[in-house]
Design a protein around this ligand. Structure first.
Ligand code: SAM
Length: 270
C-alpha cells in the first residue's frame, strides 16, 4: 500500500510508532508501512492482538461510564490517549454528563493532528489535546492548557489505559505518583496493562517482535499492576482481566475473560 507523504513536523513514518501500530489493529487508516510491518509481525506471534486492542477500548468505555454514573467524575485526564477512533473519552463521558471536560495527552504528532481536528468545534473548550511526553508529568501538570481545561480542585479521572507498558518500573511509577499527587481526594485512577500471566509464550513472542521493531513493550504481573494502585481504594471487582471488569455494562461478546492478555482496574484516591 502506498502512503501519502506526511510532511507534518515531527512525523517520522520510517519507524513504527505505538499509536499507529495500535490504530492498524483497530482497523484505522492512520498508519504507515513501518507501523504495519511491526503490527503484522506481532499478529503473527499473537493472532488475537486486534481482538485485545478492541477489548481494551471496550474496557476504557465501561470504566468511563462507571466513573461518570457511579462515581460522579466529570473531568478526565487521558494520558497516552491514542489516535481517535470511534467512541473517544469525551464522546462517552459527554453523552452521560454534557458538561464533562477532557484533556487528552499524547506524544505522537499524528495523534495530535487527528485529535485537534476531531476536537475543533466541540463546545467551549470542554475537550482539549496536549502534545506532551508522559515521562515528564511535571510539564503536563504545569501546562496552561491543562489548567484551562481541568479544575484540579475537583476530582479528576486519570486514565492510563494501555500506556504504562512503554516505560520501565521507575519511570512508570514516577508518572503515576506525580500525576496522582496533583489530583484531589476523590479522584480516580484507571489502568489497563498487558500481562504475560495468561499466556506466557504468546506474550514473550509479542514482546520480542515489538523490541525488534524498536518498541519498548513490558508485560507486568497482577501484583506489579496492583502496585500502581498502592494507597488507593480499589473499586470492585479490583484488578481483574479487562474483559471481566463489569462486563455487564458492555455490548461486546462475553466468554473467556482471559482472552485479552491485560489486567485492568480502577481505584479512588482517599
Ligand atoms: N489509551 C488509548 C486506548 O487505550 O485506546 C491508546 C493506547 S495506545 C496502545 C498507546 C498510546 O500511548 C499511543 O497513542 C502512544 O502514542 C502513546 N504514548 C506512547 N509513549 C508515550 C509517551 N512517552 N508520552 C505520551 N504518550 C505516549
Amino acid at each position: 500500500m502506498d502512503d501519502p507523504i506526511d510532511r507534518r513536523p515531527g512525523v517520522d513514518h520510517t519507524r513504527a510508532h505505538p499509536a499507529r501500530v495500535y490504530d492498524y489493529w483497530l482497523g484505522g487508516k492512520d498508519n504507515f508501512a513501518a507501523d504495519r510491518e511491526v503490527a503484522e509481525a506481532m499478529m503473527t506471534a499473537v493472532p488475537g492482538i486486534p481482538m485485545m486492542a478492541r477489548a481494551n477500548r471496550d474496557f476504557l468505555q465501561r470504566t468511563l461510564r462507571v466513573l461518570v454514573s457511579e462515581r460522579g467524575i466529570d473531568q478526565f485526564l487521558d494520558v497516552g490517549s491514542g489516535i481517535p477512533t470511534a467512541r473517544n473519552t469525551h464522546e462517552v463521558v459527554q453523552e452521560l454528563a454534557p458538561a464533562a471536560r477532557v484533556l487528552y495527552v499524547d506524544n505522537d504528532p499524528v495523534v495530535a493532528a487527528h485529535s485537534r481536528a476531531l476536537l475543533t468545534g466541540t463546545h467551549d473548550g470542554a475537550s482539549a489535546f496536549l502534545l506532551a511526553d508522559a515521562r515528564e508529568p511535571g510539564a503536563i501538570l504545569g501546562d496552561p492548557v491543562l489548567h484551562r481545561t481541568l479544575d484540579l480542585h475537583r476530582p479528576v479521572g486519570l486514565m492510563l489505559v494501555s500506556v504504562l507498558m512503554y516505560f520501565p518500573d521507575e519511570v512508570a511509577h514516577h508518572i503515576v505518583r506525580t500525576l496522582l499527587a496533583a489530583l484531589p481526594p476523590g479522584s480516580h485512577l484507571t489502568i489497563s496493562h498487558p500481562t504475560a500471566d495468561f499466556d506466557p509464550e504468546a506474550s514473550a513472542a509479542a514482546v520480542a517482535v515489538a523490541r525488534r521493531g524498536g518498541l519498548t513493550y513490558i508485560t507486568r504481573s497482577r501484583a506489579e499492576v496492583e502496585a500502581f494502585f498502592a494507597g488507593l481504594e480499589l473499586v470492585g471487582p479490583g484488578v481483574v482481566p479487562i474483559a471481566g471488569w463489569r462486563p455487564e455494562l458492555g455490548a461486546g461478546p462475553r466468554g473467556d475473560e482471559r482472552r485479552a492478555h491485560f489486567w485492568g482496574g480502577v481505584a479512588r484516591k482517599p
